[in-house]
Design a protein around this ligand. Structure first.
Ligand SMILES: NC(=O)c1ccc[n+]([C@@H]2O[C@H](COP(=O)([O-])OP(=O)(O)OC[C@H]3O[C@@H](n4cnc5c(N)ncnc54)[C@H](O)[C@@H]3O)[C@@H](O)[C@H]2O)c1
Length: 423
């Protein structure tokens, strides 16, 4: 199955996933319209600039915009392929919020024509792709939709999740394998034809529900394994043991590979998606739920230990190193580092400074605090307590000579030459 010519593509949602995806599709020679509800995002990209930090994305976007391959708009317009990459947060009760997906679907329905393909890339609870299909069926009774008609359908609908690593998104968008789940096998084949324009990894077709669940399972797997490492670190703190040494030794076993503990789990994916499984099957998911609870509790555990150190050193100034949810990126969503630093700033006022090379201003959580954003040199000169919250390369490179007179609390094990003795 082939398109006669390269399809026109509308990418809806131009964030960390949608913008790199739109730019890569445009570079592959498809005419792309990027759509977002945020006017600032639309205007920034239209000028060939970017509003997020991602390695080499600026040059790529500048190139495809200047060659006229990527345009932007606040409105969805007719296209051959629609790619949906809008947010899927959870609500207060941890229930997944698919309202952004349904809002985008409504806009697609207004311009949809026979022959079009819709692909959902947002991480979604099982059944969401079919919900999109049902919405299209009710809004566009003139179109035959897949799975609801005995006749050949007019359109194709598929689910194809992202599994990219922030900081390596452009590379991984091309070289990672993809699971492509169609509402029907024909839908999966149509989506596969599209991904072949720009993906070099293996594209494996399946049904929509299996692809939806696969994405959730991948993130729950990571969360459960990190929870094991975090639980071990809490136990080791109680016993006065060095968890980094223990994990290093245990991983010498040929079939053991324990992950690294941290200050908790953050980001838009691993800290969120396991709840989609728990919400769908609450009785059957005690391990996944407990892992989420352990990883959230690790943040409180770190906070308690750091407060104890601060209170034992009442005049010392504190530098919180890092706010991002992981190393070498500017993404602060659901970040335990940001949560810990903001709590310390609220409690200890101007004694607390923040070092975050990936921020130009402090996030809103620091409003009404006296915390200052400073660079690492000023922290080394002025602060007596270092709380290492993120393993940014710049922090790892600080030599022992510049830390040896500091009281260090290292949540990431970035300085093995300076081990804190737990209480
Ligand atoms: N960031 C990651 O590393 C990552 C990895 C894998 C999967 N995902 C999933 O991809 C999806 C998108 O994540 P993201 O990180 O790109 O989010 P994001 O918040 O960076 O970007 C989403 C964009 O969608 C826009 N938007 C919201 N509603 C819209 C609508 N109705 N129409 C048009 N635009 C709309 C927002 O303004 C925003 O610019 C989520 O489901 C996420 O779980 C993210």
């Amino acid at each position: 199955m082939r398109y006669d010519k390269k399809p026109t593509v509308c990418v809806i949602g131009l964030g960390y996933i949608g913008l790199p995806t739109a730019a890569i599709i445009a570079r592959a020679g498809c005419q792309v319209l990027g759509v977002d509800v945020d006017k600032n995002v639309v205007d920034t990209i239209a000028q060939g600039k970017i509003h997020i930090e991602e390695v080499e994305l600026d040059g790529l976007v500048q190139g495809v915009v200047s060659r006229g391959m990527l345009h932007t708009s606040l409105e969805v317009q007719p296209s051959d392929v629609f790619v949906v990459a809008v947010p899927t947060p959870f609500g207060e009760d941890k229930a997944p919020d698919t309202s952004y997906i349904l809002a985008a679907t409504q806009k697609i329905a207004e311009v949809l024509k026979a022959g079009d393909t819709i692909i959902l890339e947002s991480t979604s609870p099982v059944g969401t792709t079919k919900k999109m299909r049902d919405m299209i069926a009710s809004l566009r009774p003139d179109l035959k939709v897949p799975g609801l008609s005995d006749e050949a359908p007019d359109i194709a609908i598929a689910y194809c999740p992202e599994r990219v690593l922030p900081g390596k998104i452009l590379e991984e968008l091309i070289y990672n394998d993809r699971s492509i789940g169609g509402i029907t096998p024909r839908c999966a084949r149509k989506a596969l034809t599209f991904y072949k324009y720009f993906v070099r990894g293996e594209c494996v077709t399946t049904d929509a529900e299996s692809a939806e669940m696969t994405k959730l399972v991948e993130n729950a797997y990571r969360d459960v394994n990190i929870a094991f490492a975090n639980e071990l670190s809490i136990i080791s703190d109680k016993m006065g043991l060095n968890i980094w040494e223990i994990i290093k030794l245990a991983n010498r076993h040929p079939r053991v590979n324990i992950l690294q503990p941290g200050p908790g789990v953050g980001g838009h994916c691993i800290a969120v998606d396991p709840w989609f499984i728990v919400h769908s099957a609450p009785e059957e998911s005690p391990l996944i739920r407990t892992a989420r609870t352990v990883n959230d509790y690790k943040t409180d555990h770190v906070l308690g230990q750091v407060k104890h150190i601060i209170e034992q050193n009442p005049s010392a100034k504190i530098a919180c190193l890092g706010l991002a949810f992981k190393a070498n990126i500017d993404d602060f969503r659901e970040s335990p580092a940001k949560k810990i630093a903001a709590c310390l700033a609220r409690e200890y006022g101007e004694r607390v400074s923040i070092v975050e090379p990936y921020a130009s201003i402090l996030p809103t959580e620091f409003e009404n605090t006296a915390a200052e954003l400073i660079d690492i040199d000023k922290a080394i000169a002025d602060c007596e307590i270092f709380v290492a919250l993120v393993d940014h390369d710049i922090f790892k490179s600080i030599p022992l000579a510049e830390r040896s007179n500091k009281i260090v609390y290292d949540t990431r094990g970035i300085w093995p030459d300076q081990i804190r003795n737990p209480e």
